[in-house]
Design a binder for this molecule. Sequence first.
Ligand code: HEM
Length: 480
Amino acid sequence: MISLPLTLSLLALLFTYLIISHTSCYLRLAHIPGPPAAKITTLWLAYHQSTGSLARHLSCLSKRYGPLYRIAPDWVITSDPAAIRQVWSARGPWYRGEWYDMFRFDQPVRTILSERDNYRHAALKAKLLPGYSGKDVDNLHEVVDRRVGDFVRLIEREYLCDAEKGVYRPMDLAEKSQFMTQDVISELAIGQCFECLNNDRDTYGQMTEVTGSLPLIVTLAIIPWTLGLLQNPVVRALLPQEKLEGVMRQQELAKTQAAERYGEKKVVKRDMLGSFVKHGLEHTNAWLETFGQIGAGSDTTATAIRMTMFYLMSSPGSYQRLRDEIDTAIREGSVSDPITEKEAKRLPYLQAVMKEGMRLCPPVMGVLPRICDTEQIVCGFRIPPGTNVCWDAISIFRNKETFGADADVFRPERWLMVEDVEKRKNMEFVQGLVFGTSGRFECLGKAIALLELNKVFVEVSTPCGAKKSFVLADSTLSSS
Ligand code: HEM
């Protein structure tokens, strides 16, 4: 048995250690402003993350504390686009913080989303890039056309309203748009469409499971050791055993697909997985990348679709201008059925709507922390090694210097009326950050996402094979 004096000495030692470590942690960034609670504990950040409104809260605080402030003892956040350009630069010394371990969780190897080492990340990216860019893939455009077509048919079949007859069939646009992106990405990634649109439900329940568990995982990611703890077999055995059946099913599909592509009798196909194999991806990495793709590529693109439609629904002037552009293009015969990406890129207002929708509601609003092993200066502040530097997505995309005094407003015209070449270049650069563009971690799925966006707004606007105009606000899309 431990004696009382020894117990007291141990407690005193522990107490002294905690005081010293907390004080030194506090002092490291004492020169940086921020909410008082955030300076002494990571729980402040974890709490706000758990509420689901962290991004909005941080953007409000940036008005009080300025372009760079402290959000945890060793975390800061910046709303300055130039600082993000510096920290995310393709050749800079920064790399991903421990936060990214959440994308690994209990997987055997790191994927492109969880790889934190810059060299290993670059090597992995080189093997994935040709597949994502569509270079080695035969059916990219056909898959997207097919699933956008399913989306339009689902609306026509189940949700068309008739105001004259008083028939209103509300539709959850948020859900249906993710059905579409899931169907696209499942067919591209694992060669097997989940058929959410044709079934008009989350076929394997995987979408619901991920949406349900993500808030907890993102909160734990703020305190990385908790994720490590959850991976411990003893701790896991003590926790309630909740099976994510849909996610596991999806994992199995990915494994089965990958298994066919390796070994003596391997199947060779010109699809994304085939491209990964061709460029030397290991077997385990192949199924994990395939599995990860569905997570990375469905809710993100769905958010871009649902939010852009929401802004259009609440801005009749913009909606009318988009419809006019599409109707004119159809009348003049300058768009095919379905529209090709090339044709969509020639519709300037459509391009402006897409940019503006993602600018106002960036689909990725996670804090995306980067760290550096050497001291750096960011926004004029000294940043000691090991500090997590995050982005404040909302403030960056609503920066008034870049986008004008009405940066908070949905106004696609801002993209068509800039005469100053330098200003336009800067606007394009900052908006490009929605995909992490020009950085080392630029979104691999950008081309696929843009392909979907270029088609979906036009096709939804011209249901019944063309050319019957539709009324966005009170018939086809009656709810979001
Ligand atoms: C509008 C839709 C999308 C947006 C706004 C978006 C945004 C982003 C952003 C900001 C990153 C950088 C993350 C970081 O630095 O940590 C990223 C990375 C990534 N995205 Fe997307 N994404 C979208 C759609 C997609 C799609 C459809 C796919 C898959 C087909 C995808 C796959 C990926 C992958 C694999 C990465 C990791 C890239 C790397 O680490 O180098 N994304 N995305």
